[in-house]
Design a protein around this ligand. Structure first.
Ligand code: NI
Length: 184
């Protein structure tokens, strides 16, 4: 069990392009995946990417059954994705709220493709392949952006929606978020 420090926006490591993983099924990769999972669950994240704990490799984890940071969201199976590839099944994009453990206390509305196909490998090298839509598709796009040094504010088209979660909740702009979880 190793909960790692999550880097915060402003750290230059979050802006770098992560490297492809060449070798699977190693103790190092197993440890990285375990640290990502431990940290994600400890911080109640919907997902976490390796660059967020200072490791510049193309590895993300995501998934939850219930999530206090996104109480309205449907469950996503716990998934480890190494060297992910995304394809957009349609041009349609949806606007919805996002947060990020590297941008604590804030939320903003981000347009994302509604339906995607994603593939990659788990840490053992087994192929992972899925169709996703809605919040699941959103989380995968958000996490994979971290591998290219992109944080969600860089994807926003209306910066007037960027705000502190507490203020968004108390002014009624962020529906369905219990106030006690809004502090993050
Ligand atoms: Ni993030």
């Amino acid at each position: 069990m190793a909960v790692r420090t999550v880097l915060r926006m402003g750290d230059s490591r979050l802006l770098e392009k992560a490297r492809t993983v060449d070798v699977f099924d190693t103790p190092e990769l197993d440890r990285l995946v375990q640290d990502l999972k431990d940290t994600m669950y400890a911080e109640n994240g919907a997902g976490l990417a390796a660059p967020q704990i200072g490791v510049g490799l193309r590895v993300v984890v995501f998934g939850f059954e219930e999530n206090t940071r996104y109480p309205q969201a449907q469950a996503i199976p716990e998934t480890i994705l190494v060297n992910p590839v995304l394809e957009f099944a349609s041009e349609t994009r949806d606007d919805d709220w996002e947060g990020c453990l590297s941008v604590p206390g804030l939320r903003g509305i981000v347009p994302r493709y509604t339906r995607i196909h994603y593939s990659g490998f788990n840490q053992k090298g087994d192929k992972v392949e899925r169709e996703a839509q809605g919040f699941h598709a959103r989380v995968v796009q958000h996490e994979c952006d971290h591998l290219d040094g992109i944080l969600y504010p860089q994807r926003m088209t209306d910066m007037t929606t960027l705000g502190f979660t507490e203020a968004l909740v108390s002014s009624g702009r962020l529906p369905g978020m219990p106030c006690d979880t809004a502090r993050e």
